[in-house]
Design a protein around this ligand. Sequence first.
Ligand SMILES: Cc1cc2nc3c(=O)[nH]c(=O)nc-3n(C[C@H](O)[C@H](O)[C@H](O)COP(=O)(O)OP(=O)(O)OC[C@H]3O[C@@H](n4cnc5c(N)ncnc54)[C@H](O)[C@@H]3O)c2cc1C
Length: 380
Amino acid sequence: MPFTEEQLAFRDSIRKMVDKEIAPVAAKIDAEDKFPEDIAAMFGEMGLLQMWVPEEYGGPGGDLTSVCILKEEVGRHSLTCSTLAANNSIGLILPVLHFGTDAQKEKYLRESASGKIITSIAMTEPTTGSDVSSMRTRAVRQSDGSYVLNGQKSWITWGENASYILVFARTDPDAGYDGISAFMVDTKTPGFRVGRAERKMGRLGAPNNELFFEDMVVPADCMIGAEGTGFKSCMTILDLNRPTVGASSLGIAQGAFEVAVEHAKTRVQFGKPLGQFQGVQFKLADMAIKIEAARALLYSVCAEIDAGDHSRRAVIASMAKCYPADVAMEVTTEAVQILGSSGYSKDYPVERMMRDAKCNQIIEGAQEIHRWIIGRRLVA
Ligand SMILES: Cc1cc2nc3c(=O)[nH]c(=O)nc-3n(C[C@H](O)[C@H](O)[C@H](O)COP(=O)(O)OP(=O)(O)OC[C@H]3O[C@@H](n4cnc5c(N)ncnc54)[C@H](O)[C@@H]3O)c2cc1C
């Protein structure tokens, strides 16, 4: 990918930081399943939690390409930390930049720029997964303009860590997609409660919580965008963020590939290194081809969106999420195979990478939903 000199310098500096700070602790974060507070603080100081906050609001700036470079590099060693990188984008920066008022931009973007807050986005409910329009959480407008929220969300990443959560709730129970609105909820608000954290297969250390809203009063100026436009804004935010999930996946694939190549060069069976057998070379070649293809797709999509061409945004964002996520699953599975029993051992990172890769085939639209988004336009 022809990155600019600035992008290459950024990538190299992130790679150095990741090799020094993240690689040594990635297995521990997974084993302890504990939120990496020190990494979050370090990312905040480095401007990495808040990448994409424009300089005019005190942020480091950034765009889709730079966020993807960051997430790919961190993802080489840890999906949890890659998810933490640019954490504020989906729950705060993108919605406020694209749909917020000037006053909301001043307030929320400046607070994000401090690098001291974690944010979340909350759509999923116990009975609402892929079909976002079926959500039940209610927001009822009061005579003074404020809203009262009641309902439950589930699987919310960083729910127990977040200072703000972008909550989607139904302001009109009968209006389908047009009855959903978005609220920037301060988690200190009375009536907000964090429930249990899910027990998961992977991406450990990044908690996923149930959230409860019980007669929680939210001021009118917390609504992001106009009433009833929440679903449409949600889709825009997701489109803009989805390639970054692809970037994390690409990082996982690259990380597992590097471990597999090293193992193939050093593990001797039948009198020579595994990598000298053509059967193993073919596996490595397929992994390399898929990773290069995923990288080319991802960054060409980033370039198109960063250039301001949004004409194909929904379709290409789905491609940029979907393909790298499948590649990560395939590559990590093959990496485990190439390492044999070592691949199945927690002493090596590839079993963790394989568990983590699965996560990205489910979140931010499961793979089937992305194929649906792409496919239905092909036959429209
Ligand atoms: C680790 C993790 C983190 C998450 N973080 C968040 C978060 O921060 N905020 C948030 O709001 N949510 C979050 N989620 C929830 C996530 O967005 C949902 O899990 C996802 O949207 C899928 O919904 P579901 O799990 O209910 O699956 P379902 O919608 O029940 O789907 C189950 C399966 O059926 C398939 N399927 C569904 N409909 C169709 C169809 N029409 N055609 C073909 N196949 C279909 C799906 O692709 C999937 O394979 C997270 C989930 C996980 C696992």
